[in-house]
Ligand binder design. Structure first.
Ligand code: ADP
Length: 604
């Protein structure tokens, strides 16, 4: 498929043409054409083009719309043939757009309604969409949102502690730079030769705009930008975090109105406000010459980023990798060093030479941690346009698995025990009694039971599922976790690091164990069923349940393909109650199976 991607800003338009097919790894993607327009004026604009050695020339287009209209001619002059679909970067998708979306009158009206949340960005994005719809009336036009990746943030991270009527009006944290964070997270996992779903990552996108993102198991769980792209890190011209009390004070004491205060925090703060320049190269050069303002700005910049690393490591219960991207993250060894210095206690240590000799050609993602450091630190260029093209191709190919029926089983609370736990609860060497076989081959429910004790309450008579495992895992519902008074995270089975401790008791004793989770919904799938549906291990699908007429679609259900699996979706009792099913039900993979092919082949 040949995709053209537009990234329209308030004063510039970048575009790229990519050849990429569904299921292709990103190495196979061809960057066929790259162009950008900026510095618009009455005499025209600067037009830069070329994928290898970019050329800049003055072109006669006096507006973003005129430049967009010229793109087909520019492409055919460069010998680029027919386009199959158009992708647009849209800054704000609010709470409703969680993935690539076809643009039509309805979706455009919904995006337009979000303009108050992104008054600088969305209107420019939409202008490019309007023109592109006229230029390519027969092609599907897709929106890919900066916010979509972060819609997985839990409510505790996305909710501001403000009154309900404000929250009802959309006041919440959304997060931005999602396409970039998602790309670099995939790229880092690929470089480390590990599955993204096994990693806890922090991505630092440090460009003119800057944000940090905590990514656990491939899912964004927190990010430093908030309702607007102003919250969080220090940026080129944006302040990042400030005390909201500042608004009233500046209004009363300095006489600025709301628009002036917003404008100052957006366009005249950050590095610019601190030093007079928004460009980190200038700031670093001045600091090296002894400029005290520039030195302070660098300290503030690095300190803010370091605080977010600490916060996000705490949010994820640990950290496996830190990834730098964006103009500053990619090009400033001294800023990377400043941010990481002092974090040795949490396993972040840089190697001086590796940090100084970062070469980012050909999608490289070099590791710069010291040998033996616990946390891997990587640097990579972001590739937002390529990622947008990929999202479009994947979304256009969402029909795989569509319509397949999946039996659904309700997983009531249960524990999996390790040998040590059986010894502690039932006596040394005790063998559990397999009582009832389960549908997954070789699995059974034991005749014995245990009790769970939390600071708020006790749950007795909890089933034990065999066979024994290497590590004790306790699976409860969210309601159970409240009854126990413990904060169980939603996790895939086996991902137990950083989970809370809970007391278990049996007839012969008690023990404390970590491993308390709310199991994230998943489908066990036999390889032959997966092949028949065109699905693969690690895919995410949407499953529609219609057991009692209470239609409910569960999104982001993980497909786990394994030999001897009995194909069956597992949900917990809270989810079953919400869907109105008890015991067993039936689901259907709906149209929106969101498939995530690998970005590249680690074996290649
Ligand atoms: P955008 O967010 O607009 O895409 P970029 O990702 O290109 O911006 O980042 C721009 C920032 O990167 C600027 O502050 C620029 O000074 C900084 N930068 C680029 N090269 C270097 C460098 N060699 N050293 C320090 N900062 C750099």
């Amino acid at each position: 498929m040949r995709i053209i991607v537009f990234n329209a800003g308030s004063s510039s338009l970048k575009f790229g043409v990519f050849d990429l097919n569904a299921g292709d790894t990103l190495d196979k993607a061809q960057h066929v054409f790259k162009g950008s327009f900026d510095r618009f004026g009455p005499d025209g604009c600067d037009y830069q083009h070329g994928t290898q050695q970019p050329v800049v020339e003055r072109a006669p287009y006096t507006s973003l719309a005129a430049a967009t209209r010229a793109v087909p001619d520019l492409l055919s002059a460069a010998g680029v043939g027919a386009i199959d679909a158009v992708g647009h970067r849209i800054a704000h998708g609010g709470a409703c757009f969680d993935g690539a979306t076809v643009l039509n009158d309805t979706t455009l009206a919904r995006i337009d309604a979000l303009t108050p949340l992104a008054p600088l960005h969305n209107p420019a994005n939409l202008e490019a969409v309007q023109v592109a719809r006229q230029v390519w009336p027969d092609l599907a036009q897709w929106a890919v949102f900066d916010t979509a990746f972060h819609l997985s943030n839990p409510a505790r991270a996305s909710t501001y502690a403000v009154p309900k009527d404000w929250r009802d009006r959309g006041l919440r944290r959304y997060g931005f730079h999602g396409t970039s964070h998602k790309y670099v997270a995939h790229r880092a996992a690929e470089e480390l030769g590990q599955r993204l779903r096994d990693l806890r990552l922090i991505s630092l996108h440090l460009g003119n705009g800057a944000s940090a993102c905590a990514i656990a198991g491939g899912v964004s769980i927190d990010s430093s930008m908030g309702m607007t792209p102003m919250e969080g890190l220090v940026m080129g011209t944006r302040s990042g975090d400030v005390d909201p009390g500042l608004f009233g004070y500046v209004h009363r004491e300095l006489g600025l109105d709301i628009a002036q205060i917003e404008d100052t925090l957006n366009r005249h703060s950050g590095l610019l406000g601190l030093t007079g320049s928004s460009d980190m190269r200038d700031v670093e050069a001045r600091a090296a010459q002894g400029d005290a303002d520039a030195q302070l700005a660098i300290h503030i910049y690095a300190y803010r980023a370091r605080k977010y690393i600490g916060a996000y490591a705490a949010a994820m219960g640990g950290l496996d990798a830190l990834v730098f991207t964006g103009g500053i993250g990619e090009n400033s060894p001294s800023m990377r060093r400043r941010i990481c210095d002092g974090l040795g206690f949490m396993g972040i240590l840089l190697d001086h030479d590796r940090n100084m000799q970062v070469d980012l050609g050909a999608r490289a993602a070099p590791q710069i941690q010291a040998y033996g450091a616990r946390v891997n630190v990587l640097v990579t260029e972001t590739a937002e346009q390529l990622m947008i093209a990929r999202e479009v191709v994947v979304a256009a190919n969402r029909s795989r698995g569509q319509g397949a029926r999946i039996p659904v089983a309700v997983s009531a609370r249960h524990v999996h025990l390790c040998r040590k736990a059986v010894d502690a609860l039932f006596g040394p060497g005790y063998e559990l009694t397999p009582d009832k076989p389960l549908r997954q081959q070789g699995h059974w429910a034991a005749a014995e039971r245990v009790a769970l004790h939390g600071p708020k309450g006790t749950i007795r008579n909890v089933a034990i599922l065999g066979p024994l495992r290497d590590r004790t895992q306790i699976e409860v519902s969210r309601t159970d976790s409240f009854a126990l008074g413990l904060d169980a995270p939603v996790r895939q089975s086996g991902k137990l690091d950083g989970t809370p401790q809970i007391r278990l008791s049996g007839p012969m004793g008690e023990m404390d164990s970590d491993g308390l989770i709310i199991a994230s919904r998943h489908i066990h799938m036999a390889p032959e069923d997966a092949a028949g549906m065109g699905l693969a291990d690690g895919d995410m699908v949407d499953v529609k349940l219609d057991a009692t007429g209470r239609d409910l679609t569960f999104t982001r259900v993980l497909v786990r393909v394994s030999d001897n699996a009995f194909t069956e979706m597992h949900i917990d009792t809270d989810e079953a109650n919400a869907a109105g099913i008890s015991g067993e039900g039936d689901g259907q993979i709906s149209a929106a199976a969101t498939l995530e092919p690998a970005l590249s082949n680690p074996q290649a």
